[in-house]
Write a protein that binds this ligand. Sequence first.
Ligand code: PGA
Length: 241
Amino acid sequence: MRVVILENASDIAVQAGNIFVELLTDKPNAVLGLATGATPVPTYKYLIDCYKQGKVSFKDAVSFNLDEYVGLDRNNVNSYYYFMMENLFNHVDMRKDKVHVPNGVAENLEEECARYDAMIEEHGGIDVQLLGIGTNGHIGFNEPSDAFSDGTYITDLAQSTIESNKIYFTNGDMPTKAITMGIGSIMKAKKIILIATGISKAKAIKAMIEGEVTPACPASILQKHDDAVIFLDKDAASLLA
Ligand code: PGA
């Protein structure tokens, strides 16, 4: 993987955003793999600015998000579907029927997992997958465990994830389960961009880049991807040798 250390979050937003702008310029019907959380928000703001300036269009693009909370429907303000609408899609020319987020309230969640993987395959796979990283090294909601996951599945959230994310749940309890693309699904993306900012990510970043490849740090699998680029600010990179 290629590690790029930048001055701050704005510089990361520009670098990561430009990869999507170039992708959509070369391939207007590209398949975008997108992520939620605080870290990608500046990247989405940058993409909205690029759209407003006529530098990029999403009108033929397709998107797949990494994950969704089990039990939250798309109208729930804490759902990741809602997040994507608020932070990106409502502000650009993306067709809503081309937006895919796992359905956290599907009647049969196992079927929903299989359906999600099949849909990604039908669209020819993800061209560029954007990732954040948890303080525990998770990507998507693939929490540290004994084995790398494969396709989309239902997972229990780690206590540290619950602690990090519960601040957003001012209105209702935070779910303890999620539906997430698996490590196998993420690794199939043709290109992967992982972005991380702030000192709270420094330990996970060190383990991901300098540690062994282990499901105890799920992000470490990216060492084995042919085209993964990691954009860090100085704080996130501060423990690297
Ligand atoms: P954050 O989450 O961007 O809100 O820090 C990242 C993640 O948990 O993957």
